[in-house]
Design a protein around this ligand. Structure first.
Ligand code: PDD
Length: 279
């Protein structure tokens, strides 16, 4: 596999990264994950805007945004990928020695990009998935797409080990989002999801859902889904770049409704794929 690191396309075993990279020592960096549809990068500008936002929030100067698109396509070409793929972009603050929390603004950021073929998720999209509920123990800047993902890793690992697809996180009585997804509920024909704040990531897929609902007169409300009322909602779904719109048909060991994807979830999926075809 060939990946891009600081100006070079190299087989991954030839890439050398300093152990004094602040990403390695402090998780001092940010990332983006995006995908293609019909081999074209989907919502590239939105992802780049969010990357800029994340970088600004951690005071990391990086100016090579214009090169990212070409780097990604070149990576796909060098790996002879002729299917749709996902791509990961990571920027860390760079190398500084000795190890100090303080950083100089003079250090050069390190850019890493790789691509990988997408798995077929037809079954999850069509039949829905099961999730667990876990306490959200992340920091209070979840709006930054930071590479410090240990709480997300632990919650997701636990969920998958117990046979679920995703861990849905809660703070007190408020459901925030999934470990790598945004979370939506449906009640009385309205869609409900957590408001944008420092407690969730401003998902690109989430923003598409908002536009689709507005254009199609579907009521969408930014309001917390409540943990202690979770079984009073009619439907649930998860959204994300690779998760797309995935129905949730089971929470813990309890089925949602009749255990099949809900009607409004199906409608949102249909509108989403129509949107994808046009972009
Ligand atoms: N995850 N919330 C969190 C915590 C996420 O990590 C993600 C994305 C989302 C959905 O955002 P979007 O619709 O822009 O993909 C919500 C990516 C895919 C990841 O970590 O790989």
């Amino acid at each position: 596999m060939i990946a891009f690191y600081n100006g070079e396309f190299l087989p991954i075993e030839k890439i050398s990264i300093s152990p004094f990279d602040r990403g390695f020592l402090f998780a001092d960096g940010v990332y983006e994950a995006l995908r293609t549809y019909n081999k074209k990068l989907f919502m590239l500008q939105k992802h780049l805007e969010r990357l800029k936002y994340s970088l600004e929030q951690i005071n990391l100067n990086f100016s090579e945004f214009n090169q990212l698109e070409n780097i990604i396509y070149r990576c796909a070409e060098l790996n002879s990928l002729d299917t749709d793929f996902s791509t990961y972009i990571q920027i860390t603050r760079g190398v500084s020695f000795p190890r100090t929390h303080y950083y100089s603004n003079q250090i050069k950021p390190n850019l890493f990009v790789f691509v990988s073929p997408l798995k077929n998720r037809g079954r999850e999209i069509n039949e829905g998935v099961s999730v667990t509920l876990e306490q959200d123990v992340r920091w209070s800047r979840c709006d930054i797409k930071s590479i410090a993902l240990l709480p997300n890793v632990l919650a997701n690992h636990k969920a998958i080990s117990e046979g679920h697809y995703e861990a849905v996180l809660f703070r007190d009585n408020f459901i925030t989002e999934g470990s790598h997804t945004n979370f939506f509920a449906v009640k009385n024909d309205s869609i409900i999801t957590a408001p944008l704040s420092n407690y969730i990531l401003n998902g690109v897929t989430r923003s598409i859902i908002f536009n689709l609902c507005e254009e199609n007169n579907i009521q969408i409300i930014e309001e917390y889904i409540l943990l202690d009322e979770i079984f009073t909602y009619d439907e649930f779904f998860l959204t994300g770049t690779t998760t797309e719109i995935t129905p949730v048909v089971k929470i813990g060991n309890r089925m949602v409704g009749d255990g099949k994807p809900g009607k409004l979830t199906r409608k949102i999926q249909k509108l989403f794929y129509e949107f994808v075809r046009k972009h």
